[in-house]
Design a protein around this ligand. Sequence first.
Ligand SMILES: [Zn+2]
Ligand SMILES: [Zn+2]
Length: 388
Amino acid sequence: MRTEDRMAPLKDEMIALRHHLHQYPEIGLEEYKTSALVATRLAEWGWNVTTGVGQTGVVGTLSNGTGRRAIGIRADFDALPITEETGLPYASKSPGFMHACGHDGHTATLLATAKYLAETRDFDGTVHLFFQPAEENFGGAKLMVEDGLFERFSCDAVFGMHNMPDIEEGVFGFRDGTLFANADGFDVTLTGVGGHASTPEVTRDPIVAGASIVMALQTLVSRNLDPMEAGVVTVGVFQAGRASNAIPQTATLTVDARAFTREIATLLKTRIPEVIRLQAESFGIQVTITEMTGYPVLVNDTQMTAFARQVAVKTAGAARVIDLKRPYTGSEDFSYMLEKKPGSYLVLGAKHERAQPLHHPGYDFNDKILLTGAAYWADLAREFLQSR
Ligand SMILES: [Zn+2]
Ligand SMILES: [Zn+2]
């Protein structure tokens, strides 16, 4: 019998739990009720529970048999500052906040796995479930890692999953290597010497320096990157001046950089401030640069991805497993966990008639994939702990 069929008795309870989470969305690092609910359920089912990991994060640990291997499975549980417009009976009861990314579904899915594993004890080794806060804003994965996640809950590999409303329902998607981009930002202030438009010789014009910086930044992708590689550098803000007959004192710019490999992310992160500083200096302009570090590139491990893929074939059948052709341009903080442990992040198709994109006010997690995901996690845990 397939694991998903074995899990069928849990279906109503888990969907009700998902709807409960949906009604009480909490944003990053404020997931107090969510975190308490997860901890209570895990404890009821016999898991060892550790709370406060990375502030509001929760870890559930269950060992069975004599196996020495351990696996980590992560689900995120934070919501977004978006006003829900689904009109659903279980819509958000917190005005201005909603589960618009399906993290309620990710959490309910992993809780279904937790209950199933506790009841069946159908594995040999240790399973750690990482319920993570603040994926959308503060990098909860990083907070958990910095809080000693992998020292306190040692595991051989770590896995994570996201629902994708544009992929067929119940289809598993895998990608070896990069799955999500890196995103970094820079706030730049140029300070010159203002004055009358008619006497530029006694001023230091931050607009001319800024214009030169904007153009020089265009050469990073065209001249510093291997033509076969990709990166994006965008100046999204350039503000200066208020009068046509005056040279302003200051100009501000923001720069957004995206990359799909760690190497290019590092190159852009180094070269952007370098180019800005040297350009500004050549105009006698003072510059301050504030770096806003985004999430790093999410890079899936080759061996672990092949392993995770093969388990999906067993869970769902080969016809329901696809290889993702290209990475997503967004970013995902599970990358911090993958920087420390081998593992893989996969996606699960969630398409249905009313499906809206992630972060859309009309989005809702597709309950039909809840047990599919939960069965997959249970299969993955069992198979991984058996493997060597
Ligand atoms: Zn999101
Ligand atoms: Zn998400």
